[in-house]
Design a protein around this ligand. Structure first.
Ligand code: DAH
Length: 362
């Protein structure tokens, strides 16, 4: 028994070597990781060299344990203090190093991060909306892009054999009863059906439309703004006056406007509107194909058949063609933007090429 009992001397004798090893290792520490490694080597909970010596105290008699314990504690405190001192030293060195490298030159010009801007089509759409809002119109844009034959064609006086329904123009969804709206004229029908009281309408409907078309002036998806005004006593003069005021607000009052007779199934009479070419001023150029005029929108007086289709769907006469009249118009947003900026390829708007998009004002 007595032999197996360690003496305090056995433990104390190991301390100078431990201290020496610690000194040597500490001198080699260059960073936080090295410091942590050293701490574990000597003070680690399970197998730190110093920790193990503490473990051996249990085998000593009282007096011996007190002596050896005191020595061990002294060394432990010393090791901890020196680890802490080295940590502070390394940190200070780091800070100095950082200050040396990260010096801030407050006289350098600032670096401005990239700033986004509105898409040129968004700019035009918002401008159109502002003009009509200022004329007392409501913006109605919550009608679906996926619609059906009734709202897109039938209610707009396009009977089942009408060529506008041709598979070549319209994207039909699987099953064939639903389609992607080919024009925002669906907004006319949708609005009248959902606002049957009173029969007074003054709206524009901006939105995306879809057609099987893809070349430099046609995109399979493009944007339109539809307009509809319905009230007792609306005449062609109201249509003319409104469109003139709108085009002057959009392009400036210096351009002449002309109205040409045309045809749309949902208007009678139908009127197409041209604007004096804003590129050449009317003399004739590539953009206006030497005519001096740019076709800008389609319009007309709402065909009674449209009101009748709405009434039939409502199950009662709300928009009585004997009582109310109205005018409607529609135009393409891309076309306005192309005219304004002299752009001849519609696909540029949807190519997401920053070299193109960055040329427009915020
Ligand atoms: N829906 C026509 C188109 O997509 C534009 C249009 C023409 C709308 C005449 C109208 C209108 O409301 O009266 O080309």
């Amino acid at each position: 028994m007595a032999e197996s009992r360690a003496s305090s001397e056995g433990i104390v004798r190991e301390l100078p070597r431990l201290r020496q090893d610690f000194d040597a290792a500490l001198a080699g520490v260059r960073d936080g990781a090295g410091l942590q490694e050293l701490r574990t080597r000597f003070l680690g909970r399970k197998s730190g060299e110093l920790t193990l010596l503490f473990g051996r105290l249990g085998g000593l008699k009282n007096e011996e344990r007190r002596l050896a314990g005191a020595e061990l504690n002294t060394l432990k405190q010393e090791v901890e203090a020196r680890l802490e001192a080295r940590r502070a030293e390394l940190e200070a060195g780091d800070r100095e190093e950082r200050l040396r490298h990260d010096r801030v030159d407050v006289t350098l010009p600032g670096r401005v991060g990239p700033v986004g801007r509105r898409h040129p089509l968004t700019v035009v759409r918002e401008e159109l909306e502002d003009i009509f809002l200022s004329m007392g119109y409501e913006v109605y844009d919550s009608f679906p892009e996926v619609d059906d034959d009734f709202h897109c064609f039938e209610a707009l006086n396009m009977p089942p054999d009408h060529p506008a329904r041709d598979m070549q123009d319209t994207f039909y969804l699987e099953g064939g009863d639903r389609l992607l709206r080919t024009h925002t004229s669906t907004g006319q029908i949708r609005y009248m059906l959902s606002n049957p009281h009173p029969p007074r309408v003054r709206i524009i409907c901006p939105g995306k439309v879809y057609r099987r078309d893809d070349d430099i002036t046609h995109s399979p998806m493009f944007q339109q703004v539809e307009g509809l005004v319905v009230r007792a006593g609306i005449t062609l003069a109201d249509l003319k006056g409104t469109i003139e005021a709108f085009l002057h607000a959009l392009f400036g009052p210096q351009y002449p406007i002309r109205f040409r007779s045309s045809f749309f199934p949902y208007t009678e009479p139908s009127v197409e509107t041209d604007l004096g070419c804003i590129v050449c001023g009317g003399g004739g150029c590539r953009v206006c194909k030497q005519t001096g005029w740019l076709e800008i929108l389609g319009s007309g007086m709402v065909h009674p058949a449209v009101f009748e289709a709405v009434n039939r769907k409502l199950g009662k006469v709300v928009y009585d063609p004997e009582e109310v009249t109205g005018f409607a118009f529609g135009l393409g947003i891309e076309r306005v933007a192309m005219m304004r900026h002299g752009i001849d390829d519609i696909r540029l708007f949807y190519g997401s090429d920053l070299r193109f998009l960055e040329q427009f004002h915020r």
